[in-house]
Design a protein around this ligand. Structure first.
Ligand code: MF3
Ligand code: CO
Length: 294
C-alpha cells in the first residue's frame, strides 16, 4: 500500500479486526486510496483509521468528557472562579476512572483550559480569576480513559453579555455546525475548514490561523492538522474511521494573536478584543460523520 502497510489476501481476515474477509471489508476502500495516492492526493495512512474497537473506546472516553462539560454547564455562573471549574472537572474525571488529558500535558499545570474574553486559548485556571456578569468563557476539556482520548470545548456566557459578543459566540458555534455538515468520506479536509471560515468571515469576524483542529483517539494530537483558514479541494482526503476535531478560534476584531504571556501558555488577541471557540470531535462514517464529543 501507499503507506507501506501490506494488504491481507482477498480471503484473509481484514486488517481492521472486523473478522470479515478482506474482500468483503476494506479491500475496495484500500484500492480507492491507492488510486488517489497515485493521482497525487494526500491520503491518510491506515494508522489514522480507527477500528470499531478503537471507536468504542474513544466513545467511553468522550462520555466522561461530555459529562464533565455538562457538569460545568450546570454550575458555572457569576462568582465562580476558574480554579473551581478546574476542581470540578478533576473530580468528575476521578469519579469516572479517567484522567484529564491537559494535566501535565507538555507541562500544562491544570486539568482544563479556561479562556475568558480576549483569551484565545490555553487560559490557566486560577483562584484569583472570578467570573463576572458580561464575561464570555471557553472551557476546553480533554479526557483519557483506558488510553483513549477525547476533546471538546464550549462557550459560556456569564449573565447578560454585550449583544455583539453574544453574536460572536453564536456565529462561532454555527461555523462549527457548517463544518460538520460538510463531513463525509472522499471530500478534502480543506472543504471543512473553508465552510467554517465562510460562516465566521461572512459575519464580519476573523479566524485565527495559527491554531486548528487535529486528529485524536489513540493520542491527544494526531495528524491531520485541521486548518480553518483553508481552501476547498485542498488537504487530505477524508476516509471512514478518521477521528478529528473541529475547533475554530474566531475573533471579533483582527486575526492576530499575542503569545507573549510569560506563563508560556495564555494566548490573547493582539487587539485585546474578545474571541470565541467551540470544539467538537467526530469520526468519519461510511456516509457522513458521527459526533463523538461536544
Ligand atoms: N484541548 C486543547 C485542544 O483542543 C489542547 C489543550 S493543551 C493544554 O487541542 F496543555 F493547554 F491543556
Ligand atoms: Co482539540
Amino acid at each position: 500500500m501507499y503507506d507501506g502497510m501490506t494488504n491481507p489476501g482477498r480471503n484473509d481476515a481484514c486488517w481492521c479486526g472486523s473478522g470479515k474477509k478482506y474482500k468483503k471489508c476494506h479491500l475496495d476502500q484500500d484500492e480507492r486510496l491507492e488510486e488517489l495516492a497515485e493521482a497525487g492526493e494526500d491520503v491518510p495512512p491506515r494508522s489514522l483509521l480507527k477500528t470499531a474497537e478503537d471507536i468504542a473506546g474513544i466513545k467511553r472516553s468522550a462520555a466522561v468528557n461530555v459529562g464533565s462539560l455538562d457538569y460545568v454547564a450546570a454550575h458555572i455562573g457569576p462568582g465562580v472562579t476558574t480554579e473551581q471549574i478546574d476542581q470540578w472537572v478533576y473530580d468528575y474525571c476521578k469519579q469516572h476512572d479517567a484522567i484529564p488529558a491537559d494535566l501535565n500535558y507538555e507541562g500544562f499545570p491544570k486539568s482544563v483550559c479556561t479562556s475568558i474574553n480576549e483569551v484565545v486559548c490555553h487560559g490557566i485556571p486560577s483562584p484569583d480569576e472570578v467570573l463576572k456578569e458580561g464575561d464570555i468563557v471557553n472551557v476546553d476539556m480533554s479526557t483519557i480513559k483506558d488510553g483513549y482520548f477525547s476533546d471538546s470545548s464550549r462557550m459560556f456566557c456569564i449573565g447578560d453579555v454585550d449583544p455583539e459578543w453574544k453574536r460572536l459566540v453564536d456565529v462561532t458555534k454555527q461555523s462549527v455546525e457548517a463544518g460538520l455538515a460538510t463531513v463525509k468520506p472522499w471530500i478534502h479536509l480543506g472543504d471543512v475548514g473553508a465552510a467554517v471560515n465562510k460562516v465566521a468571515t461572512d459575519a464580519g469576524f476573523s479566524v485565527v490561523a495559527e491554531y486548528g483542529g487535529h486528529g485524536i483517539g489513540l493520542e491527544f494530537h494526531e495528524d491531520p492538522f485541521v486548518s480553518f483558514v483553508s481552501e476547498p479541494g485542498t488537504g487530505c482526503i477524508l476516509v471512514p474511521g478518521m477521528c478529528f476535531t473541529i475547533e475554530p478560534m474566531v475573533n471579533l476584531g483582527g486575526p492576530d494573536i499575542d503569545m507573549s504571556d510569560p506563563n508560556g501558555w495564555t494566548v490573547r488577541t493582539a487587539d485585546r478584543k474578545p474571541t470565541a471557540q467551540w470544539e467538537v470531535q467526530l469520526v468519519v462514517t461510511d456516509d457522513g460523520y458521527e459526533l463523538i464529543s461536544w
